[in-house]
Design a protein around this ligand. Structure first.
Ligand code: MYA
Length: 432
């Protein structure tokens, strides 16, 4: 019997141009190339990022620098009032996702131009409902949903967003912006538009008297607070192999692979059920108590939990365990829906992926809890279940037959220094 975790080789897209590839015991050429590239990028000049209040590579390991903001806030009256200048063919637009037309424009831009894997086999395909959910949390600012249009044709060609979030770093809760969906149309790449967009979102965040931000990317920039890895659990191995997401492992046949990943039809934990609106207070308590132990984590209140974790069809799924005896809520698991377009395959156009979100185990063993999450994801027809090695995820990944990807996801804070790089298991934060 082959080692379970090495039964297939998995491709994946991380939050940037990273292909994730599991490669048995050998070090793949891809992963070697990446390591070389990453070590070179430590020496590489970052003309833009060197000018920003972020940890710089030269300061890595310098524990004399204090933890906290890198620069103090400036008086609001000194924040630039006008938008940054774009190259003359382009103009700024604020994107109202409540408008069906606008939401559609953003959807089309991202569907055709957002994150792909290195081999250009898959591209993230966030749904419109997902984008509305991701961009409309409690207290969101419309002004932080920023587009760039071609002046003449009005075509939307670039996008960047922020949403407000309370994030705790060690003992300090900081109101931050979570920055996401940075996208420049393929035809306009490498023209230094991204730095202008980042400066413009920064200006609009500053106008709300917010001075810190959190973001993730597949690329190495100055300087990650932590680096994580994606793991993939095949739910529909035949399709994953057919579309080139996975490869049949050595000495494995298709039928053995299908058998290996087979799951029970029904969940096994007594009291395991979908989260409902009346569960918000109990889930908030459970989650707050759990997230305390991580170095960096969101500081969720009931409004946040209602928004981010109440089930929303085809966007986010949440389940909990209610003790049949005491009716106490003891455990929780959740995942969000993020399909990828399959580029240039005759038989399939979409890969349906579930991404592990926030999970808490207090009574149900992790492996049983997350196996039930896999079972419901399979019932809902997902092809693959993805999880980062954050929080306690390492306690179930191998046992539940997740295979490691080779793509890395880097976490960053803007204008906030931590003394030490964190292990991925010290992170309590999942960004979309
Ligand atoms: S991560 C997802 C990013 N999106 C994609 O990967 C989609 C496909 N790719 C593209 O659309 C383009 O390639 C992008 C770059 C738009 C990514 N994060 O315009 P350029 C730096 C930060 O010539 P382009 C996400 O959404 C690069 O190092 N910086 O390049 C989180 C270089 O700077 P430097 C990045 O390829 C975003 C400069 O841009 C990234 O045409 C968080 C080159 O610009 C990246 N992912 O466009 C943003 N990729 O010379 C930061 C490249 O210094 C937020 N670059 O190395 C910071 C907090 C702001 C708020 C603060 C509030 C207080």
């Amino acid at each position: 019997m082959a080692d379970d975790s090495k039964a297939t080789e998995n491709h994946s897209i991380t939050s940037d141009n990273n292909l994730s590839l599991e490669s048995g015991n050998e070090v793949s050429i891809d992963s070697l190339a990446r390591q070389v590239q990453e070590s070179l990028s430590l020496a590489k000049k970052h003309k833009f990022w060197e000018t920003q209040p972020v940890g710089q590579f030269k300061d890595l390991g310098d524990t004399s620098l204090a933890e906290g903001p890198i620069e103090p806030p400036t008086p609001l009256s000194e924040v630039k009032q006008e938008p940054y200048n774009l190259p003359s063919p382009y103009e700024w637009t604020t994107c109202d996702l409540d408008s069906e037309d606008m939401c559609n424009e953003v959807y089309v831009l991202l569907t055709n131009n957002y994150v792909e894997d290195d081999e250009n086999m898959f591209r993230f395909n966030y749904s419109k409902e997902f984008l509305r959910w991701a961009l409309h949390p409690p207290g969101y600012y419309k002004s932080w949903h920023i587009g760039v249009r071609v002046k003449t044709s009005k075509k939307l060609v670039a996008f960047i967003t922020g949403v407000p979030a309370k994030i705790r770093a060690r003992d300090t809760v900081v109101v931050m912006a979570e920055i996401n969906f940075l996208c420049v149309h393929k035809k306009l790449r490498s023209k230094r538009l991204a730095p202008v967009m980042i400066k413009e979102v920064t200006r609009r965040v500053h106008l709300e008297n917010i001075w810190q931000a959190a973001y993730t990317a597949g690329v190495v920039l100055p300087t990650p607070i932590s680096t994580c890895q994606y793991w993939h659990r095949s739910l529909n191995p035949k399709k994953l192999i057919d579309v080139g997401f996975s490869r049949l492992g050595p000495r494995m046949t298709m039928s053995r692979t299908i058998k290996l990943y087979k799951l029970p039809d029904q969940t096994v934990t007594p009291g395991f059920r979908k989260m409902e609106p009346h569960d918000v207070p109990a889930v908030t308590r459970l989650l707050r108590n759990y997230l305390k132990q991580f170095a960096v984590a969101p500081d969720f209140d009931e409004n946040d939990v209602e928004h981010w974790l109440l089930p929303k069809e085809d966007v986010v799924d949440s389940y909990l365990v209610e003790s049949p005896e005491t009716h106490e809520i003891t455990d929780f698991c959740s995942f969000y829906t993020l399909p990828s377009s399959i580029l240039g395959n005759q038989n399939y156009s979409t890969l349906k992926a579930a991404y592990s979100y926030y999970n808490v185990s207090t009574k149900t063993p992790w492996i049983q809890l997350m196996n039930d999450a896999l079972i419901v994801a399979k019932q809902k027809d997902f092809d693959v279940f993805n999880a980062l090695d954050v929080m306690h995820n390492e306690t179930f990944l191998k046992e539940l037959k997740f295979g490691p990807g080779d793509g890395k996801l880097h976490y960053y804070l803007y204008n906030y220094r931590l003394k030490h790089v964190l292990r991925s298991s010290e992170l309590g934060l999942v960004l979309l």
